[in-house]
Ligand binder design. Structure first.
Ligand SMILES: *Cc1c(COP(=O)(O)O)cnc(C)c1O
Length: 381
């Protein structure tokens, strides 16, 4: 009996051998664990993972193996997923609006940290959650600055309301904390500065010593060749500003990155179904599949083309309109992409940095979306 090969050397070995007709996403456990170590070694506080970004079992398993001990969860489904794979991990239930039944299940499953951004939801928590050794973290927002996607549009109390909620949570016997999310794919470290200073103001306004400050996710992954993520610079800025803003009353820090942990550990490959009349490129994956986030957050330009034998097309580039496989007109990648001029039917388009919000939001619309995950030693094409 032959042993089936489950770990491939690199994406091209798999493409050459398997000639997949459906989209494939390549996973490097080494790259994922290195990203986790980078955060654990560099961030001046606790590192948790935002599960929604990529809830694959292999992601949770490898993050836990690398030393991630806490997870940001948003539903009982995510809570059960973490309890199954990392039973001792801390659960931060940071979806600020929850049904009473969801709260009851989370209490049952041992959640000890909750975020909130409104008086009505805070009263629900006070009624349903035992306060002992339990944290309530008030989520606040500031007017938007510079993120690829506005996270304050749905969640976050104003600074004034946050001070009232913090005081109320403290008086009700909970551990009083604050949290914010500066927006996703924040390539400018200064995105965190105003939030950390506002958090200190909220604590003073409420007359409450803030136990922990969760500085959110929003750390970028590597999407544009010319914009290398400044992760260590961002850690240094957070560390410095937290000390300046809070002085002796500096809270413990927590972060909850999603894309910065898993984004660069996955590389996507879509097959070119057709180059229609020599112009438009049609892929077997698109915005209803694993490429759903590109129109929302912006294109990734870390793209390569290989032919059916896995040979790189590295000649001149040409600008192309790229469509996904469904019959919907919005199923198109944003703008035009610079692709190998001689791209042809049967080639594979390889996009790096595709681990975040891809597997998680893939749909089966129009009968497509049969995505394979293949584990590789290296993501180098
Ligand atoms: C989605 C989300 C995150 C992760 O965001 P990234 O930009 O992927 O790092 C973190 N915290 C909360 C509350 C979220 O909703």
């Amino acid at each position: 009996m032959g042993l089936s090969k489950t770990i491939w050397s690199n994406p091209t070995e798999f493409l050459r051998t398997a000639q997949p007709e459906n989209p494939v996403i390549f996973f490097s456990p080494t790259v994922l664990q290195a990203a986790a170590r980078r955060f654990i070694d560099g961030f001046p506080g606790m590192v948790t993972y935002a599960v929604k970004t990529n809830p694959s079992d292999v992601v949770i398993e490898n993050l836990a193996a690398a030393g991630v001990r806490g997870f940001d969860v948003a539903s009982p489904g995510e809570i059960r997923l973490i309890r199954r794979i990392a039973p001792d991990a801390a659960l931060h239930y940071n979806n600020p609006v929850r049904a009473r039944a969801e709260i009851a299940q989370a209490v049952e499953l041992g959640v000890k940290s909750w975020s909130v951004d409104s008086a009505s939801e805070l009263e629900k928590l006070i009624e349903l959650v035992p306060a002992e050794n339990c944290e309530i973290s008030v989520r606040f927002k500031l007017p938007v600055a510079g993120a690829a996607y506005n996270f304050g549009a749905k969640f976050g109390a104003t600074v004034e309301l946050a001070a009232q909620l913090l005081k109320r949570a403290h008086e009700a016997g909970f551990i009083p904390s604050l949290t914010f999310h500066p927006g996703t794919q924040c390539t400018d470290p200064h995105a965190w500065e105003a939030y950390i200073r506002a958090a200190a103001d909220i604590g003073r306004e409420a007359g409450v010593t803030v136990a922990r400050l969760n500085v959110g996710g929003g750390f970028p992954n590597y999407r544009l060749q010319a914009v290398v993520p400044q992760i260590e610079e961002t850690f240094a800025l957070i560390d410095r500003v937290a000390s300046e803003a809070f002085g002796d009353a500096r809270p413990m820090l927590v972060c909850e990155p999603g894309r910065a942990l898993c984004g660069d550990a996955f590389t996507h490959a879509a097959k070119v179904k057709a180059v229609r009349d020599g112009m438009h490129v049609f892929l077997n994956d698109g915005v209803y599949g694993a490429l759903a986030e590109l129109p929302l957050v912006g294109i990734i330009d870390r793209i390569e083309t290989v032919d059916g034998q896995g040979r790189k097309r590295d000649g001149a580039l040409a600008s192309r309109i790229v469509f996904g496989p469904t019959c919907d007109s919005v199923d198109r990648l944003p703008g035009e992409l610079m692709l190998a001029e001689d791209i042809a039917e049967g080639d594979y388009l390889i996009i790096h940095g595709m681990g975040a919000y891809s597997i998680a939001t893939n749909t089966r619309f129009n009968g497509f979306g049969d995505l394979t995950i293949a584990t590789v030693l290296s993501l180098k094409v």
